[in-house]
Design a protein around this ligand. Structure first.
Ligand code: URA
Length: 449
């Protein structure tokens, strides 16, 4: 392998073959390639892009660097969800136990907070004792027993992706669709899934804010999943305002518990149900297609029954207990870490709520200590916001719009200033994005709003 020749070919608009990506990534994983050559190649990919077949070759090389979960003896379908991330996006915490309680295995593999967006692992770790670092063996055993595990990327899954991501992070090559798509799918497809649902966020709080690029990302991931025999569906959902009311780790766990009891905010319930329906339909549960009925309607009633009967909340409890956490949080969320300072934030004028800007809120949570500004920062699970103001709502002067949860007076000041920038009240008319705008699969896009 003559690496300068491969970089030159990519730089000049050519493509690398699947075997070249495989050998290159194997050498990089083994520490036999210097970062500067891989960084040069990534920058060439950033500017030249990749055709679908080449992206598939990159994906193959990433997956080949590690092991895979094998659920073949499980006797039930295995489906997962990936979200491109957002503010207040606690869907995974509700969705995984909910879908598992309907007979589908969900090995939910998630990440930590990234930039202004929160991460499922940080949220789960606000539950006292909760352990997200399960091995592949432990994950297989737990999914076999409970139908669900909620874990981080294990060292065995696509290890070269972790190394590449760290290099992309410091070489301005993260925002590149084929690199993002291969990175996400290398982890998801290593889970040995029978189906995958993608929640691709649209709007100013999304990882990618341009709608056409979000659609392209969704289509690229769908093509990669489908080509590897994993039916993949994407929903485009709104991230031009926070999802639900709670933003911040422990606050989001509390809201998730409410949602599992059927008492969550309507937008959170709607997005969770829409994604859960897609997961059940991919899994062929509860057999609506076989019985000749409408599979989406059948899936929805199965999910509603799981919430109503308490099965979904009980599954979350069992997962928490199995992963070392205190399951009592499901009955008494007051056990979760509590902020020292709580303050109500009120409207300074009457009018219509025109906007609740998610990026400002997400950044404020990080600055209050609820996320990381440096890699070794310790996350404070107690801080954040509960924002009741929604775009389009009429408010009067002095009306409560949000609650601030901070660790000290400086945190309250920072949060108050952030809410002042994020919540815009005026005379006009709010124009929020539809909550679930479209469904995309291998055959095309269906507009839902
Ligand atoms: N998340 C990932 O896992 N990979 C990316 O490249 C971007 C977001």
């Amino acid at each position: 392998m003559f690496v300068p020749g491969l970089i030159e070919r990519k730089r000049d608009g050519g493509a690398l073959a699947a075997e070249e990506w495989r050998d290159l990534l194997a050498a990089y994983a083994a520490g036999e390639l210097p970062d500067y050559q891989v960084a040069a190649l990534l920058m060439a990919v950033f500017f030249r892009g990749m055709a679908r077949e080449e992206t598939a070759g990159l994906l193959e090389g990433m997956m080949g660097s590690g092991g895979r979960l094998d659920f073949s003896g499980l006797g039930r379908p295995v489906v997962d969800k990936h979200s491109t991330g957002g503010v207040g996006d606690k869907v995974s915490l509700v969705l995984a136990p909910l879908v598992a309680s309907c007979g589908v295995a969900v090995p939910m593999m998630s990440g930590r907070g990234l930039g202004h967006t929160g991460g499922t692992l940080d949220k789960l770790e606000s539950i006292p004792g909760f352990r997200t670092g399960l091995s592949l063996e432990e994950t297989l055993a737990q999914v076999g027993r409970l139908g669900c595990a909620m874990i981080g990327q294990t060292p065995e899954i696509a290890p070269v992706d972790k190394k590449l991501y760290a290099l992309r992070d410091v070489t301005a090559t993260v925002e590149c669709i084929p690199l993002i798509a291969a990175s996400i799918m290398s982890k998801k497809l290593s889970e040995g899934l029978n189906g995958l649902v993608l929640d691709v966020k649209l709007g100013s709080g999304a990882f990618i804010t341009d709608a056409a690029r979000s659609q392209e990302l969704a289509e690229t991931m769908i093509a990669l999943g489908t080509a590897r025999g994993c039916p993949t569906v994407a929903l485009l959902t709104a991230m031009d305002r926070p999802l639900g009311r709670a933003c911040g780790n422990a606050l989001e766990v509390e809201e998730s518990v409410m949602a599992l009891r059927g008492e969550g905010p309507q937008d959170l319930m709607d997005v969770t149900m829409a994604l859960a329906v897609e997961m059940l339909v991919l899994a062929g549960v509860p057999g609506g297609r076989r019985s000749g009925g409408d599979p989406r309607a059948a899936a929805r009633s199965e999910l509603e029954a799981a919430v109503k009967s308490g099965r979904a909340a009980e599954t979350f409890k069992a997962v928490i207990e199995a992963q070392g956490g205190n399951p009592a949080v499901v009955d008494d969320p007051a056990i979760l870490p509590q902020a020292a300072e709580v303050e109500v934030y009120r409207a300074s004028a009457g009018g219509t709520v025109l906007q609740v800007e998610p990026r400002v809120i997400g950044r404020a949570v990080v600055q209050m200590g609820g996320g990381r500004q440096k890699v070794d920062d310790v996350v404070d699970p107690s801080v954040g916001f509960v924002i009741t103001a929604r775009p389009g709502q009429s408010v009067t002067k002095g009306e409560p719009l949000a609650s601030i949860f901070a660790r000290d007076a400086a945190g309250v000041d920072l949060a108050r200033a952030a809410l002042g920038r994020a919540i815009r009240i005026g005379k006009g008319h709010a124009d929020p994005l539809p909550l679930v705008a479209a469904r995309i699969n291998a055959t095309g896009t269906e507009r839902l709003a």
